[in-house]
Ligand binder design. Structure first.
Ligand SMILES: Nc1ncnc2c1ncn2[C@@H]1O[C@H](COP(=O)(O)OP(=O)(O)OP(=O)(O)O)[C@@H](O)[C@H]1O
Length: 256
């Protein structure tokens, strides 16, 4: 079993405290969603785990109970729009960047084709990335994140540009991958209902603090959500058993 442990994690940017004493743990095989309002520190948390921003406190990785320097990880950033001239298959091969030498091996090429096929993207494999729609670019970025079979997968709003069918496709693929490979998957999502359907665990942030962590049912309490998001919500179950969260119109939103 692999795990990632954050202890007293703090991040300051431009002299401002952004993450404040985060203590939490992520376990291999669990699909965890980081939730919280805009500006609460979700992206900063993923970047701190990736070592892309300087942090204080402790970030420790374990394989079984043995501490390891780091886990092989993939990071899908929030904004993937790019004017990149590479083709779709070349973009996916970039997911092997840490293992590439002067050439791409037949095995890497075949793995790239396989992941493109899983996302139904083989038919556009030779298209230039900068000619794709926003949603197609997001699917290609997702294929790039998975192609190297990482043991830690960090996804920052991976479905923000996708229609409902593709949202489900991406979350199904990510969840299956997490379960089958015992990967640590940490995803930032704004859609609380979809997050509840796919997540084993939630970490709810507000103003750089963890305000609650645990199962979706534990975190999705109307009073807690109202306190954090400043909007009343109804939490219920659909006829198919999925939790769903419906916000009401806040009285302080002036649409005139
Ligand atoms: N480089 C930076 N310098 C200064 N402040 C920053 C920097 N990057 C982010 N911040 C601030 O840190 C806070 C947290 O930002 P972050 O991007 O982590 O939020 P988020 O929860 O991911 O938000 P969103 O849901 O809007 O994507 C925000 O107030 C943001 O303005």
């Amino acid at each position: 079993m692999r795990s990632l442990c954050l202890e007293e994690l703090c991040v300051s940017l431009s002299g401002k405290s952004i993450l404040k004493e985060i203590n939490t743990q992520f376990t291999g095989g669990d699909f965890t969603s980081i939730l919280g309002p805009n500006g609460s520190g979700k992206t900063t948390l993923l970047k701190a785990i990736m070592g892309m921003v300087r942090s204080q406190g402790r970030i420790s990785c374990f394989e079984n109970t043995t501490p390891v320097a780091r886990l092989e990880s993939s990071y899908l950033c929030q904004f993937i729009h790019s004017n990149c001239q590479l083709t779709v298959i070349e973009m996916v091969l970039l997911g092997f960047v840490k293992q590439l030498s002067w050439q791409v091996t037949p095995e890497q090429e075949s793995q790239a084709e396989q992941i493109l096929s899983e996302f139904n993207l083989l038919k556009i494999a030779t298209r230039r990335f900068n000619t794709l729609s926003g949603g197609q670019q997001q699917l290609v970025a997702m294929a790039q994140a998975l192609v190297s079979k990482p043991s830690m997968l960090l996804l920052d709003e991976p479905i923000s540009a996708l229609d409902i069918r593709h949202q489900i496709q991406v979350l199904e693929i990510a969840k299956d991958y997490t379960k089958n490979t015992k990967t640590i998957t940490i995803t930032v999502l704004h859609d609380l209902s979809l997050a509840a359907r796919y997540s084993d665990k939630f970490v709810l942030l507000n103003d750089g603090h963890v305000v609650e962590a645990g199962s979706p049912a534990k975190v999705l309490q109307p009073e807690l959500l109202e306190q954090v998001y400043q909007v009343k919500v109804e939490v219920g179950y659909c006829s198919n058993g999925y939790l769903h969260i419906t916000p009401t119109i806040p009285t302080d939103i002036n649409v005139n």
